[in-house]
Design a protein around this ligand. Sequence first.
Ligand code: 4AD
Ligand code: MG
Length: 436
Amino acid sequence: MKQTYIQDLKGRIGETVTLKGWLYNKRSSGKLVFLQLRDGTGIVQCVVFRPNSEELFEAANSIGQESSIIITGAVKEDTRSSIGVELDVTGLEVVQNSHDYPITPKEHGTEFLMDNRHLWIRSRKQHAVLKVRHSVIKATRDFFDDNGFTLADTPIFTPAACEGTTTLFEVDYFGDDKAYLTQSGQLYNEATAAAFGKSYAFGPTFRAEKSKTRRHLTEFWMVEPEVAFATYEDMMDLGEGLILAIVERVLNDRQEELKILERDIAKLEAISSPFPRLHYDDAVKMLKEGHAAGELENDFEWGGDFGAPDETYLSNRHGKPVFVHHFPTAIKGFYFEVDKDRPETALGIDLLAPEGYGEIIGGGERAASLEYLESQIEAHGLPRESFEWYLDLRRFGSVPHAGFGMGIERCTAWMAGIEHVRETIPFPRMLYRLKP
Ligand code: 4AD
Ligand code: MG
């Protein structure tokens, strides 16, 4: 029995086809049963007409929500349907009859839905968000692959911290050595960039962050390009190109899903080159003005890290993603290159997404000097022996280089226009959630 997918039905009007999937929803009247069948590629209404077959009518009436079924029928044009067709059912095979499916069309609380995440991902809206995620990832991979980057994935078990020791997940590694789940592949990317010129890593990263915000997961996916002989300014060009490629791909490929999500696509269509580039000093000035005008509760002081309201304020002023560069050295990682004329500022860049989605890219230029890095490792209290290999990169052909990391979930939340990053990954891991 050949299977047809719902997404291909439009081209099959007049033919008899076999669909395999699950019962999304059901309605019946005296003579008719309307089965909403989903197969992962779409949802189609399948109509069972009682006078055609009493047996078929009984069978259709007896199946519960999310039963797995195989339906045969004739494809009919239907202008009222969002996919333009419906099916006149001539055969129904029940693979498994499901009863008391926990997620009914009524409203459920988020905790309940998260507990049932393994089932919730079948729902129309969740399905749409994850399709957007798929396109974000596809666009990202294509962008780097088409621009001369080599994919060189980095380890998940690591011997040392990259992004500060306070957010490390420790793992027992056969008793002797301590291992940590990676916070970022960056240090390894610096090695692969010296091998390939342009490299990128794409994989899960971990932060033991006790943050319960709508932007934080403890496990998230990051794409991290790294480029030899590049500056922090080159990274703003690269980041801008990446974001434009993602927006274009999502608008092209996920029209249907953006409609389901009720995304205001005009906001995405407005994303265009160039993205404003703001020196940290100027960002501070803007935040101070915002406070003076009563638009920001806190008065921002030079030297601080932006909070969510600050990021939202800065990006709302532009309606486009905004780069901020030259952060205070003191609040940045040990590896940042500093501005030679103003060593209190580091050549770091962040990209703040509009509509309150906050920082989606973080990166910058890496320190190239062996002596400086040695002193930084000490100043940050990091175990020197774990970084010897990293220091080798400065001993053997050190070059100026730069890179960044983009969080897939934050980017997806922005594209999909949804409130919380927890719905942008199939099975989110958060401070209070390790299940299912
Ligand atoms: O700014 P971050 O911490 O930068 C780094 O890890 C660099 N070492 C990357 C590099 O230069 N190769 O993280 C980069 C991005 C953030 O901008 C954000 O999009 C995402 O990763 N991110 C998170 N996403 C979800 N939950 C969290 N807890 C996140 N922490 C960072
Ligand atoms: Mg950051």
